[in-house]
Ligand binder design. Structure first.
Ligand code: ADP
Ligand code: MG
Length: 705
């Protein structure tokens, strides 16, 4: 009875809540995806402030996130014209005077705020023109202070400009939640089985949801947060582990036996000895592909660790068994480069290797399609073009995806569908993925790691220079060219953008030409807006050693391999994220020579950018860099987490901080599934119910394994 009542109640459209109405309802839907009472209840505060604490004005600094001050207005002043018009309210508490600044609602403020009445103001101090002020603080008359449910911990909610204009600022949201919680007359149904809540001493869902918004005490708030994080991470893990178990236990795969004809031939003609890590990873792949179960494997290896070799040998394994293989990469440049490397290596074997990209001519495409379908094409290398529906294989045994952060789950699914029995899938990434992220984002994949670089590699010496040292950089470039080496110069953008004052490729090309005039020096340019022929021609020249300098945008980020290039200059380096910087830097240090990377930035950069530069200068370890990146940016911003099918936007869990909990709930999920894979036992009925309700959020997750 109660249960159906509650579930209907929670499904009520948000517009029916006191204080909402249809206009605000529309805003809540569009801005925050809040459609129902339940959605609102799951819209959690991002932090809390202790409203029992009052600051003195003379102790305020811009470092304190939020402050509450008790005092009186002493004077109002309107200054500025038009859009710069603002009201300055001088507010004093005896210890000092602070300026409160209002750009909106000026008239209303002036009319309703009283001099010599005690108020409480609340907001974020900022530093402007040499003093501390607060822009648009919340203001409450002390005598009329509202009594709120819960303790003195006040929740703060993120909202948007549009919502704020509709009075749904943090405080407005809090008011809505208090309206909603007053209406909750029966317990909210539990989503976790009792054996979990009891075993792990979890607060009930009901208590947690109420206390997350209006904590009765700091202790209960902690329990509520823990319970909700547990819940969020646990169901994600449960889902991932179900998929993984089904795949590894049930999903049939091609049996790739140890036949070793091409594979052996390649070994005999090997261009270099495989590293220990390459051998180990190849064994893992072989073991997986011979098992009769489908392989879905993530291969992690830092830039330059030799993943291409692993790809080639794996492809030969399936070709030895009469299957076809494909290798998919994110950019055309990379596709061409892989094609060249692979055809070079496989030349003596008489294998049919072809390239397919967006610019493949129709005539060639027709031939290629025929060969693919009649099985005479052994290896197809290309870009996204490969996953188009009209590309049909006769018998695809293995699909390799290089630099996978550009490919999403949806694309993996398309590959999956290219055969009745799905091909084995090997996803290769040079962006090391922190463990927590890996467990969540790629938790459905098996993992192999190349943790060893080919012999003779030296660390890349990385330096951070500001623009003032440009001449010195030019000097260093000249020295390097004198030694017969080649240089990359990378720019973040092609054309000047209004928003950012960065060094631009076009300007760059001019000044580099001036400093390195032909014919003494030669340079080529590669960027995303170029015609493919020009791009390829430039790359070819650089690869062939005919150009000293390659000026590029980030199109060269992944995979490009020119061992003679020993210096990389990254312009406006503050504009790049850590993993991108690490990727870019990985273009040098590929031969035996000592390589250098110079990060150029403006004089004044943010403190976060400073940490990035420092991290790069101190470390060559991709895994370490990825960890710092995760800590700095949070998982949501890490490149590719969205496309790679991060199961849900986390509402409360934090992949950067909750590593231990993730590991913990993963183990719990595995234990449950070991006992009851189909979750058929009565005690697991709640789990099934919740999983079903999650499905509608992300249907494409099914089947991907
Ligand atoms: P990534 O893992 O970044 O894709 P690559 O496969 O492009 O790295 O390899 C980087 C460079 O290292 C290439 O020039 C490749 O020929 C070379 N290489 C790969 N494996 C070995 C090895 N075992 N010994 C020596 N050099 C190797
Ligand atoms: Mg590579």
């Amino acid at each position: 009875m109660y249960k159906t009542f509650m579930s209907e109640f929670l499904n009520t459209e948000i517009k029916f809540l006191t204080g909402v109405g249809s206009k605000r309802a529309e805003l809540l839907q569009n801005e925050l995806n809040i459609f129902t009472f339940e959605d609102l209840l799951w819209y959690f505060p991002y932090r809390y402030v202790d409203r029992s604490k009052f600051y003195k004005i003379d102790e305020l600094t811009s470092e304190i996130p939020y402050v509450q001050v008790k005092g009186r207005f002493i004077k109002f002043e309107t200054i500025g014209e038009n859009r710069a018009r603002r009201l300055i309210a001088y507010f004093s508490d005896g210890s000092g005077v602070i300026e409160l600044v209002f750009f909106q609602g000026i008239k209303w403020m002036k009319e309703s705020l009283k001099i010599n009445t005690e108020y409480i103001i609340f907001g974020k101090p900022s530093f402007f023109n040499g003093k501390i002020n607060i822009i648009h603080p919340e203001i409450e008359e002390l005598a009329k202070q509202e009594k709120k449910p819960g303790s003195a911990l006040q929740p703060l909610y993120n909202t948007t400009e549009k919502l704020k204009n509709s009075f749904l600022n943090s405080r407005g949201m809090s008011k809505l939640l208090s309206n909603l919680i007053l209406l909750i007359k029966a317990p909210i149904s539990e989503t976790l089985p009792e054996y979990l809540t009891a075993n792990y001493k979890l607060l009930s869902l009901h208590e947690s949801l109420i206390n997350i918004h209006f904590p009765a005490s700091v202790e209960i708030l902690q329990s509520a947060r823990y319970r909700l994080k547990f819940e969020e991470l646990f169901f994600v893990q449960l889902k991932i582990q179900i998929q993984k178990k089904f795949r590894t236990e049930k999903q049939q795969g091609h049996i790739i036996e140890k036949k070793d004809s091409y594979n052996m031939q390649f070994w005999k003609n090997r261009p270099f000895d495989y590293t220990g890590a390459q051998i180990r990873v190849l064994k893992e792949i072989r073991k997986n592909m011979i098992s009769g179960k489908q392989m879905s494997r993530l291969l992690q290896g830092d830039v330059g660790s030799g993943k291409t070799l692993v790809a080639i040998v794996s492809m030969l394994m399936v070709i030895d068994n009469g299957f076809q293989a494909c290798l998919m990469v994110p950019t055309e440049i990379l596709a061409i480069q892989h094609y060249n490397t692979i055809t070079k290596y496989l030349q003596p074997f008489g294998l049919n290797v072809k390239l397919l990209t967006g610019s493949t001519k129709k005539k060639n495409r027709t031939i290629l399609s025929e060969e693919l379908e009649n099985g005479t094409l052994n290896i197809l290398i290309g870009t996204h073009a490969i996953i188009e529906d009209n590309v049909k294989f006769s018998n695809l045994g293995l699909a390799i995806i290089d630099e996978q952060h550009r490919f999403g789950v949806a694309q993996r699914k398309k590959i999956w569908d290219k055969n009745v029995i799905p091909p084995h899938i090997l996803v290769m990434t040079a962006t090391p993925i922190p463990r927590t992220l890996q467990m969540t984002v790629y938790g459905d994949l098996d993992v192999s790691v190349i943790d060893e670089l080919p012999p003779g590699r030296q660390n890349i010496c990385t330096k951070h220079y500001t623009d003032a040292l440009r001449l010195r950089v030019f000097g260093e470039i000249k020295n390097e060219i004198k030694k017969g080496r080649q240089i990359y110069i990378v720019y973040p953008l092609i054309k000047e953008s209004e928003k950012f004052d960065y060094k631009f490729l076009e300007d760059g090309v001019e000044s580099i030409l001036r400093a390195f005039p032909p014919p003494e020096y030669s340079m080529v340019v590669v960027h995303g807006k170029q015609k493919n022929e020009n791009k390829e021609e430039s790359m070819r020249q650089f690869v062939a050693g005919k150009a000293d300098i390659l000026i590029a945008t980030t199109v060269i980020e992944v995979g490009v391999d020119v061992p003679n290039a020993t210096m990389m200059i990254i312009e406006s380096a503050e504009r790049f994220g850590l993993s991108q910087l690490h990727q870019l830097r990985g273009r040098v240090g590929r031969g035996g020579e000592k390589s250098t990377c110079i990060l150029m930035t403006a004089e004044n950069i943010s403190s976060e950018a400073k940490i990035r530069m420092q991290t790069m200068c101190e470390s060559n370890d991709g895994f370490h860099i990825a960890e710092v990146d995760l800590q700095l940016r949070g998982p949501g911003d890490i490149e590719g987490t969205h496309q790679s099918g991060l199961p849900t936007e986390f509402k409360i869990a934090n992949l950067a901080k909750d590593g231990q909990l993730i590991q913990f709930v993963k183990t719990i999920a595995e234990e449950i599934l070991d006992k009851d894979l189909a979750l058929e036992k009565p005690e697991n009925i709640l789990l099934i119910k919740k999983l079903k309700s999650m499905k509608k959020d992300d249907e494409h997750w099914e089947n991907i394994g």
